[in-house]
Every structure is written in C-alpha cells, then in structure tokens.
Design a protein around this ligand. Structure first.
Ligand code: 1DF
Ligand code: MN
Length: 358
C-alpha cells in the first residue's frame, strides 16, 4: 500500500502500554564540560568544516530544536528519565554524542574519553534499570583505545563501544587502528559505528547544499566507513567482531546486491590494489557481522525490508534521543504490521542479547 505521509503527523498522544520492553539503542549524552571543550575547539579555529558547521549551530542557535537538545543531552537523571517514561522507553543504551573525542588532539582525546566513560558509568550505577553504557574511545591512540575498551568491559560495566565514522579524515579500515577491533572482539563488545560529518576532503559539495549533517552527509560518510571496514578485510581478520549501524544501516542493505556484483567484478579485473578478494561476499559481512538500528527512521517499509535482508534478529530499535525525540514515532513503530514476537525482537530481545542486558 502507498504510504502518503512518511513522517507521522503530530498527535500529542503518548505511546500505549505494550507487552514488550522498549530498549532504545542510539541515545546521546554530553558530560557538563564537553560543550566548553567544543567551544574552545571552535574558538581556536582548529576544527574541520563539518564539526564547525554542526557544533557552531547546536551550541549557539536559539531555535527550539537546538535549545531542546542542549538542555536535555546533558541530563542523565530526572529530566531524561521523565522523557523516557512519557515515551514508554524502558532502557536507553547511552553513548557520548558525536563526534565525541575524535575532534581533539590525541592526549586530550584519550583523557577525555576516560573521564566521559567514568561519568557515564556513574549514571548507569545510579539508574541501573534504565541506562546501559557504551565505551567512548580515542582512535587517535589505538593502543589506549584498546585499553579503554578493556577497562570499559571489565571495570565499568559497559556493554559495547561507540566510535564515529572518521577521525580527522582517517577511517578505521586503516590497519593502524585494528588494535581497536582486536580488543572489541576479545572482550565481546559490539562496536556502534555512529555518524559524524564528512571529512574535509569530502564535505564541500555537501556543505554548499546544506546536506552535510544528519539529513545525508552523516549517512554517506558512515556507510562509507562501514563499507571500508568490509572491503579492507576487517572481518576476515576479526570474524567474531560485531558492528552496529544506525539509520537503517546507513542505506547499505539497499546497496547489497550492487556491492556483491561490483566487488566480485572489481576483484576479478584486478583494478585496485586496495580491493582484494575476501573470504565472503560484502553482503555476507553485512548479515553476519552487523546489526542495524532504525534510529531516526520510524518507517515500517524500510524496517521490514531490513528485517528480510538482515534477518529479524539483527534489526533493533533506536530513538536517537535527544536529536529526534518524537513520541508519534514510537506510536508508529508500535503499530507496525508485524508478528508480535518479531516486534518484541525489534524493541527488546535483540538488544538484550547483543548488549547482554538483564
Ligand atoms: C544529529 C543527528 C546530531 C544524529 C547527532 O549528533 C546525531 C543531528 C551530533 O540531527 O544533527 O547523533 N543522529 O544520529 O541522527
Ligand atoms: Mn545519533
């Protein structure tokens, strides 16, 4: 059936009580000093165009949405939990907001990641039934990032790792970063590959059209970052590694046929030294080494396609609070035409299994 209005209309209604838990898996927070540090990076003129476009806006705009985000992203207590209760969100899987520490110099990034992780772990200790934490890392120092993954897993009770698409123009497909994947695999920590703005070499045509942010640039850069890990052979080297992509897999499920066809053709014709044969097809890695969430996309047709392609065990719910805090989206997802056990897998049990919750 043709769906006319993709974005649900505002009804002012609250989600109903349901017989599954709603676990939201891509929910952002910012410690109290993060914005001061971001302001300093902006003032120093050191940040790239993507960071500057994003955070100069969110830190200074007086429009309603950025004000809402500034206010609630810093709360890890009553205000956030009141919003969760109102939206019927039982659990938030929390991560340091994008681009986290990846905009800082290496030493600052390493030390700030530690303190942000300590801060998050405290919040999870205060609200153990409501919050789950992911470990933020500084790819600028892969050795320290690997140690922080271990500390998160063994001392802080973290359930995964958060990292954003690129680090000052460098992608995790570069083997110099692979200690990060080794640690994530060894400690059984899924890696949420979250968007950030495209890097300087890529951003100009996005910026001139106003498309660098969450509307499109985020997804393009993050899909690219994920695809690069596949084609670089990360999952041949770390076959048990699991990664998570938001925003319906940053469109990669829709690309899967083309990726398989063109990867095979390119390898056969030996066109690029950087594109070598893999043990499996690109789509196999997507289906065996990735989970995806619907963050920012409360769209049944897209979710059903993803479930068909990925399997119903690999598609999870996310709200993207506070960036996309829309109760009508929760209602729309509750009302998806889907077998009850599949809806429960989407909202609850897939996240429980992957993040070892409860
Ligand atoms: C936005 C969207 C910003 C997402 C985010 O972090 C973010 C946005 C700075 O709308 O500008 O995580 N998102 O994941 O869609
Ligand atoms: Mn997000």
């Amino acid at each position: 059936m043709l769906q006319k209005d993709l974005v649900p209309p505002h009804t002012g209604q609250r989600p109903a009580k349901v017989d599954y838990k709603r676990i939201a898996t891509e929910e952002a927070f910012a410690p109290p000093d993060l914005f001061d540090m971001y302001r300093k990076v902006l003032a120093d003129g050191k940040a790239d165009a993507g960071f500057t476009s994003l955070w100069a806006f969110y830190l200074s705009s007086e429009a309603a949405r950025p004000q809402h985000i500034r206010k609630y992203i810093q709360d890890l207590d009553a205000a956030r939990i009141a919003h969760m209760d109102e939206a019927g969100i039982d659990v938030q899987v929390l991560s340091l907001t994008s681009p986290g520490v990846q905009v800082f110099d290496a030493d600052t990034a390493v030390s700030y990641a530690r303190s942000a992780n300590d801060y998050l772990a405290e919040a999870v200790r205060r609200h153990p039934a409501r919050f789950v934490g992911l470990t933020a890392i500084a790819p600028q120092n892969p050795t320290e990032a690997a140690k922080e993954i271990e500390r998160g897993a063994t001392q802080l009770g973290m359930k995964g790792v958060i990292v954003n698409s690129h680090t000052q123009g460098e992608y995790l497909s570069d083997p110099k970063f692979w200690d990060i994947f080794a640690a994530a695999e060894a400690f059984d920590m899924p890696v949420y590959l979250h968007p950030s703005s495209p890097p300087p070499k890529m951003i100009e045509p996005f910026m001139e059209a106003g498309l660098d942010g969450a509307i499109y640039g985020f997804g393009v850069d993050t899909g690219l970052a994920a695809l690069r890990t596949i084609t670089a052979g990360v999952f041949d080297r770390f076959p048990r590694l699991q990664m998570i992509l938001g925003h319906m897999g940053e469109a990669l499920p829709y690309w899967a046929y083309r990726l398989d066809y063109m990867h095979a053709a390119t390898v056969r014709s030996q066109r690029y030294a950087s594109m070598q044969a893999l043990q499996r097809r690109p789509s196999d890695y997507l289906r065996e080494n990735f989970y995806i969430t619907n963050s920012g996309v409360a769209w049944e047709q897209a979710i059903r396609f993803a479930q068909e392609f990925m399997g119903v065990d690999r598609v999870m719910y996310a709200m993207d609070y506070p960036y996309q805090h829309v109760l009508d989206e929760v209602i729309a997802l509750d009302n998806m035409n889907m077998a009850p056990e599949i809806k429960k897998a989407f909202f609850q049990t897939n996240a429980e299994r992957l993040f070892k919750i409860g």
